[in-house]
Design a protein around this ligand. Structure first.
Ligand code: F0G
Length: 465
């Protein structure tokens, strides 16, 4: 059989690895879970991991590392200054992402903190393709205001447009005209867009954004947390991209931007780590000076030498074609099962998780009754599957008026860790969601009993109402 016809045979995305070590998980009873969720104030972030059966809270820092990465951990050079692993990481980032200068940080939000403090002045405007919680908060703490310029399709869970991460160019141009380029320190472009349901931006759109911003001399700062997943969707769906390697597309995306913040805990397959990368030497010098205040020396930035080694290896594995096809394939598998059972989810299925549309799932609860928060709690009680709210609780309050934000999207995220769960786990998750859907009328709304000031979704507590 020729290689071509071999490639055309129908084959599933089956996991391109075998399991060498296992971590037992504990099954709990419904009665136990009812007690645990009450103790946790109906907030899945406040559950103990030992009480969770299948943990779909997040894909952040929850990946299984490969044997190569674990071997790399043994090669940690734990020198305070000039660790060998830093230089390896620097080279790897330059090779795969193309950015010139690297400042390591302990995770993504630390890089967001540094870039926001360095580039944003009081009264500045930062347009972006939908907000992300920590990114927006750091922009606000630096005196800026985030403005959403994502296309309208992204706010509609049922819209099937394949690139719902795209930026509305007219809206972006209008913002620049309204505020003037001097008040816009950069455009924030995320690959993929987490809060929209893990939706990709197209290469075509990114090129158009680059042209527009170049015209005004405005830099693009890339939130590259899930860039490999975005590149895979470009390969799969965008005209003329199917023949390219995911690694080539990743590199092209990065080349279209001026700098990046990275939470390496996602795409890059490590449990901790991140970095800020820039192409401007002056900005790099400032960032390198700032990292020593908040993170650690500029050759470790909050990571151990061994963490940096695992990250270098993780970056190379993240763009492996078999890996990325199976990673996104597993999410799609769960999404398709839920679609078959007519469960309301965000369409198209995202790359890092399946997002339930809580407004449609629980039409008897108005948004002030926090339907997504209530649904995540109900799923946990049903099966011990832990999901996360991505709706009104995550959206927080307007920093000027103190009023609660009511986003269009009121979602529960079933986030799939990389290389951790099997297809059978996905089947159990689907069965549980189906069961909860059948009994959805019994789910009661929630009200806040404790609300912290920042990033309230992490620590808020609720009661049934
Ligand atoms: N940007 C995006 C798009 C993210 O998804 C995250 C984290 C960050 C930045 C911040 O990075 O956690 O390393 O400080 N997202 C996690 C999640 C927390 O569950 O979606 P971090």
């Amino acid at each position: 059989m020729s290689e071509d016809s071999e490639n055309q045979r129908k084959r599933s995305w089956a996991e391109p690895y075998k399991i060498k070590m296992v971590e037992p998980v504990r099954m709990t009873t419904t009665g136990e879970r009812k007690t645990r969720i009450k103790e946790a104030g109906f907030n899945t972030f406040l559950l103990r991991s030992r009480d969770v059966y299948i943990d779909l809270l997040t894909d952040s820092g929850t990946s299984a590392m490969s044997d190569r990465q674990w071997a790399g951990m043994m090669m940690g050079d734990e020198a305070y200054a000039g660790s060998e692993n830093f230089y390896h990481l620097e080279q790897t980032i330059q090779k795969y992402y193309g950015y010139k200068y690297i400042v390591p940080t302990h995770q993504g939000r630390a890089a967001e903190h540094i870039i926001s403090q360095l580039l944003i002045k009081q009264g500045d405007i930062i347009p972006g393709n939908m907000y992300f919680t920590t990114t927006k908060l750091h922009q606000e703490l630096a005196g800026g205001t985030f403005k959403d310029v994502i296309i309208d399709e992204a706010h509609d869970p049922g819209n099937l447009y394949p690139f719902k991460g795209n930026i509305d160019l007219d809206r972006l141009r209008a913002l620049i005209e309204q505020y003037g380029e001097k008040r816009i320190p950069y455009i924030s472009v995320a690959t993929t867009v987490n809060m929209a349901g893990g939706q990709p931006i197209s290469l075509k759109n990114l090129k158009e954004v680059r042209n527009l911003t170049s015209h005004y001399g405005i830099p693009i700062i890339h939130d590259m947390t899930r860039v490999a997943e975005n590149a895979y969707m470009i390969k799969k769906l965008e005209d003329g991209q199917a023949h390219r390697k995911v690694s080539e597309i990743v590199k092209e995306i990065c080349d279209l931007t001026d700098g990046a913040t990275m939470s390496a805990k996602k795409d890059a397959l490590v449990n901790i780590g991140g970095f800020l990368a820039v192409n401007d030497k002056g900005l790099f010098d400032k960032a390198r000076n700032m990292v020593v205040i908040y993170e650690g020396l500029h050759t470790y930035g909050g990571m151990a030498g061994r963490d940096m080694e695992a990250l270098s290896i993780g970056i190379s594995e993240s763009v492996d074609e078999d890996h990325i096809r199976a990673r996104v394939g597993q999410v799609e598998y769960l999404g398709k099962k839920l679609i078959q059972s007519e469960i309301p989810i965000v369409m198209p299925v995202g790359t890092h998780g399946v997002f339930l549309n809580a407004k449609k799932f629980l039409p008897h609860l108005t948004q002030d009754k926090l339907p997504a928060q209530a649904l995540a709690a109900a799923i946990y009680v049903d099966s011990g599957v832990r999901a996360m709210e991505r709706g009104v609780v995550s959206a927080g309050r307007d920093p000027d008026t103190g009023q609660q934000n009511y986003p269009n999207l009121e979602l529960v995220r079933l986030t799939i860790p990389r290389r951790v769960y099997t297809q059978a786990h996905m089947d159990v998750v689907a069965e549980s969601i189906e069961e909860v859907y059948l009994n959805r009328n019994k789910i009661r709304g929630l009200k806040f009993v404790y609300e912290p000031r920042y990033l309230r979704f992490f620590q808020s507590r609720f009661e049934e109402c």
